[in-house]
Design a binder for this molecule. Sequence first.
Ligand code: TRP
Length: 452
Amino acid sequence: MANTSRSIHGQWSSRFAFILAATGSAVGLGNIWKFPYITGENGGGAFVMVYLACVAALGIPIMIAEIMLGRRGRQSPINTMQSLAQEAGRDPRWHYLGWSGMIAGFLILAYYSVIAGWAMAYIFKAFFGAFIGSDAIEIKQLFDDLMAKPTQQIFWHSAFMFLTMAVVMRGVQGGLEKAVRFLMPTLFVLLVVLVGYAMTTGTYDQGVDFLFTPDFSKIDADAVLTAMGHAFFTLSLGMGAIMIYGSYLPGDVSIARTTFYIAGADTVVALLASIAIFPLVFANNLEVGAGPGLIFQTLPLAFGQMTGGWLFGIVFFVLLFFAALSSSISLIEPAVAWLVENREIERHQACVWSGLSCWALGVAVVFSFNVWSDVTLFGKNLFELLDYLTANLLLPLGGMAIAIFVGWQMQRHHAEQELALPSSGFDVWYLLIRYLAPAAVFLVFLHVAGIL
Ligand code: TRP
């Protein structure tokens, strides 16, 4: 029987609306900003292969599990975990999983908003023609200048956080859904245009080679952890974001099929962005391991040189901004839904409080790119620390816990009932969730800790 319950926060108007919103959450800075730079830092092809394997073998099964939990629980992740644990007759402390997710989302948003602020700043740089006719050195200078100026970054970070909270305040259908309707297709078209430009650089083959010819000697346990963590990050897994989107999902929608669409679109965007970027890196003798500034130091070169580049530049950064916005709303939604359910405050108040505290942490992140760049812990500044703690630790741990809960704690027939899959499909998924997913995450952790 289909699940006919509803969440008190509302429901998506259709399956298509859910796909759009979940794709909006998945496709973001992770695909266009983060994936290319970590691929560059970790030597290219082999890293890409490990990442793709993680998306297929861990990301997709865990995404199915997480959406399913959300739809069955119909509340914020913390309360969902508590009531599902109760339903299965298990320890109610499973709700700590919801807590870790809420905290992870909060920590990610603090730096996510800063990077999205860079994208906003670049809309205006593009508009005022800052890229036109510039060479690689001038384009790098532009980025370094922004990094050196905390006030500018704080301004854009504040603007982005304000807009995120304004959208979240309007609730599921009013805010989240409308924000993504037209943006994803347009972003896709623009990326294809950029790949077209990359083909004219003369270093296209070199770029593609870098991305798709694996050299496994270039990666170690840490790189594998980064690839695995990024599979979770890019699909918005392991912290309750997709769980809460699932909680607004009508009961008769096929979760597995929907997941394939979302993961497919997400992967294609990340690959297109990289194919657009690396030929430019080689054509201009830039550093593949340039770090978080990579897209800001490469794509503007293309916009400065190609026909119509002025317009494309503006449109690209506007879209990047929207892609970030449709992701950021899902980072804070679990915290907001929890405040509304448990603290009995209004949605708009919940937004103000969670937004303000996240904003404050973001200001500290801004400083980690300039005045506090020397303040480090374990050799990492605040930005790097938050990124490592969330993407490399909290999300994989959250994903592993979700797999263990669904595979070993929840009753099998409840999962069967929610997913309504043909039995062979269900069996494959169940094997991956029960054995492969928890074991793989665990083994990677052991390797990184040096125990294996
Ligand atoms: N997936 C988004 C990106 O790639 C970021 C994101 C949004 C996210 N919601 C999340 C990451 C929840 C982890 C968990 O940009």
